[in-house]
Design a protein around this ligand. Structure first.
Ligand SMILES: Nc1ncnc2c1ncn2[C@@H]1O[C@H](COP(=O)(O)OP(=O)(O)OP(=O)(O)O)[C@@H](O)[C@H]1O
Ligand SMILES: [Mg+2]
Length: 359
């Protein structure tokens, strides 16, 4: 289920391009600042409605222009070419088109286009706060539980509402009605997250065994509150503390994934290159699990493939990516680093000053 065509307009330094893609490997090769990451960013924007580099749309739209466009043709499971597209304006508004129909939701695009991004800032998955690991877990739950998005959106609204109510409430009774729904949703979502992590763990540990054979990585899910207490009881018990803090302290909004080697967090044990391999293993595991559980294939975006990796590790990653048979976009400053991945099925694009030529 690859993208067969990609058209980008007025996106960073890319004025306009229209690329015929390979269902296998697509290489983007060019010097610093040429536009390689921008191509990956455009694909990411098509699947997520936002960039992975800037929160402000204005930074991504080409200077002097008022809007950007990214269009793709996606080969669906039944060999039908589905046109998808997004337009973004400077005021932050978006227009999503799927199959020629306007007014579609970004979540629908995300459903169609499961993406896994591996980039140099991606270490945050292991080294930064729990929100990165929560969104990692939720990517998987989103793609495997059809009602996750709706329930999760409702849960976020309820927590926000509760936090506002905490400021004015004088007795717990004023919150208890709302907490009934909140507790039920929290338990459901938490159960889905737990089931997902338990399934993913097996795939991830197996891939870690290939990429980091010298370590035994343990993965554990933390749901955000004491594992033996129902969430409804936590909400009631912690009412006064939450009130003092001004927000709901424990809950699914605090969920996390603990990744350890011999009881030490992985970020305190692994080197930079090893951390990159660990991130790759986790992202590949998500892709593999998605295929196993839904039959869908995800698309991998790998920015600056060679950075932090020696030639042996690069070879291992390249080999694994080939095995997945997924569509892969790989950027690199030099063609020599990606030479071993090339095949008759792959396509090479040379990027220079925002111009992309097939080579
Ligand atoms: N809004 C914008 N309008 C026009 N050009 C932009 C805009 N934002 C960034 N640029 C330029 O677009 C280019 C984007 O480069 P990009 O990050 O895609 O390069 P790259 O090929 O990935 O380079 P590197 O190898 O250094 O990672 C840069 O030259 C940058 O200065
Ligand atoms: Mg780059």
């Amino acid at each position: 289920m690859p993208l067969v065509r990609l058209a980008i307009q007025q996106f960073r330094n890319i004025k306009a391009c229209d690329l015929q893609l390979s269902p296998g490997f697509n290489f983007l090769v060019g010097p610093n600042g040429s536009g390689k990451t921008s191509v990956l960013e455009a694909i990411y924007l098509l699947g997520h409605g936002r960039s992975f580099k800037s929160t402000l749309t204005g930074r991504v739209i080409q200077n002097e222009q008022s809007e950007l466009f990214v269009h793709g043709r996606f080969m669906s499971e039944d060999d039908y070419e589905l046109p998808i597209g997004i337009n973004k304006q400077r005021d932050g508004s978006s227009e999503v088109k799927i199959g020629g129909q306007s007014g579609q939701k970004i979540a629908q695009l995300a459903q169609i286009l499961p993406l896994q991004l591996i980039h140099t800032e991606g270490f945050e998955l292991l080294t930064e706060g729990p929100k990165f690991r929560r969104s990692f877990i939720d990517w998987g739950v989103f793609h495997t539980q059809p009602s996750f998005y709706e329930k999760w959106s409702r849960l976020k609204r309820l927590i926000k509402q509760r936090n506002a109510l905490l400021k004015s409430a004088t007795h717990y009774q004023e919150l208890s009605y709302w907490d009934l729904e909140l507790a039920e949703l929290a338990e459901t979502i938490s159960q889905w997250r737990l089931e997902y992590v338990n399934q993913l763990k097996q795939v991830a540990q197996q891939i870690c065994g290939v990429f980091l054979p010298e370590f035994e990585v343990k993965i554990q899910y933390y749901r955000g509150w004491d594992k033996d207490t129902p969430y409804a009881d936590i909400l009631q018990k912690n009412f006064e503390r939450d009130q003092q803090l001004g927000y709901t302290f424990s809950g699914p909004n605090k969920a996390d994934l603990k990744l350890k080697i011999n009881a030490t967090p992985v970020e305190d044990v692994l080197s930079r290159g090893q951390l990159k391999l660990m991130v790759c293993a986790l992202r590949l595991a998500q892709g593999q699990h998605l295929t196993q559980s839904t039959g869908k294939q995800c698309i991998y975006l790998i920015d600056d493939f060679a950075s932090e990796l020696d030639s042996q590790r690069r070879g291992r990653l390249a080999e694994y990516l080939k095995q997945t048979q997924a569509q892969v976009f790989v950027s690199s400053i030099t063609a020599s680093h990606i030479a071993e991945m090339q095949s008759e099925n792959s396509r090479m694009f040379h990027v220079e000053h925002g111009k992309i030529e097939q080579g």
